[in-house]
Write a protein that binds this ligand. Structure first.
Ligand SMILES: NC(=O)c1ccc[n+]([C@@H]2O[C@H](COP(=O)([O-])OP(=O)(O)OC[C@H]3O[C@@H](n4cnc5c(N)ncnc54)[C@H](O)[C@@H]3O)[C@@H](O)[C@H]2O)c1
Length: 249
């Protein structure tokens, strides 16, 4: 198994991509702390992991709140003794033209998608320094690489995740802490459900994705397993694009 006895925290593990990552991590032998603000989703993922014989604990967490992040890390340390892997994955999107975007929407998206990466990384890095190694993986988006209309706050937050990934990768490489991110294309999850049921948007997504299907949470989870495992020890500050070819054009 590729993550045998590793200890991982996955945020946004109550749904979609985060659930897919948590499940595959457990299948690969990791013990997983599931952090999500949805108790229902978190408990469902916990049950799914236990059903396949894995070990998981759920912590209700708002990733934009420093004391919740501290509780998440403390739970992991108390339950499993250390933190090997942090996946900063929780995220939200809000739609609208930039000039009509309420300031509160901007703040919410930046806090959940970008500030969370700062808070989570800041909290776990001292633990990883003690261990002399670690893996930090964040879920950005192709919206951090190319423009999309009507999601200004989302694009800014995901571009910020890429910039912060590169910064942290330089700062902590000497301590054998790898910091990378994954940029998914369009993945079939709760976040994209409405878009994928709208015929015009579905057509746009399909015509923009060279590979002849939409992505699945497992497509992203397989990339996360690679970045979490020792196979990727020499990969640092990388944006691993998993988009069916959208941005290759
Ligand atoms: N689905 C896509 O097409 C796609 C594409 C690119 C990037 N992403 C990114 O992937 C990540 C996961 O998205 P998804 O598609 O699985 O969406 P999703 O809505 O299925 O899952 C997001 C999860 O994050 C949780 N969450 C939201 N805000 C939170 C908070 N403040 N604290 C804790 N948990 C919170 C939700 O409860 C949910 O369980 C996000 O960062 C998203 O931006 C998704």
């Amino acid at each position: 198994m590729r993550l045998q006895n590793k200890i991982a925290i996955v945020t946004g593990a109550g749904s979609g991509i985060g659930r897919g990552i948590a499940l595959i991590f457990a299948k690969e032998g990791a013990k997983v702390v599931l952090a999500d603000w949805s108790e229902k989703g978190g408990k469902e993922t916990t049950e799914q992991i236990r059903a396949i014989g894995g070990e998981a604990v759920f912590v209700k967490t708002d990733v934009s709140n420093a004391s919740d992040i501290d509780k998440m890390a403390e739970t992991c340390l108390q339950k499993f003794g250390r933190i090997d892997i942090l996946v900063n994955n929780a995220g939200i999107v809000k739609f609208g033209t930039l000039h009509e975007t309420p300031e509160a929407d901007w703040d919410a998206v930046l806090n959940v998608n970008l500030k969370s990466v700062f808070l989570g990384s800041k909290r776990v890095i001292p633990e990883m320094l003690k261990e002399g190694r670690g893996k930090i993986i964040s879920t950005t988006s192709i919206a951090g690489l190319v423009g999309f209309e009507n999601v200004g706050s989302y694009c800014a937050s995901k571009g910020g995740v890429i910039a912060l990934t590169r910064e942290m990768s330089l700062e902590y490489a000497k301590h054998k802490i790898n910091v990378n991110c994954i940029a998914p294309g369009i993945i079939n999850t709760a976040m994209t459900k409405d878009m994928l049921t709208d015929p015009a948007q579905k057509k746009f997504f399909e015509s923009s994705t060279p590979y002849p299907r939409m992505g699945t949470p497992e497509d992203i989870a397989f990339a996360a397993v690679y970045l979490a495992s020792e196979e990727s020890d020499f990969v640092n500050g990388h944006v691993l694009v998993v988009d069916g070819g959208w941005t290759a054009k």
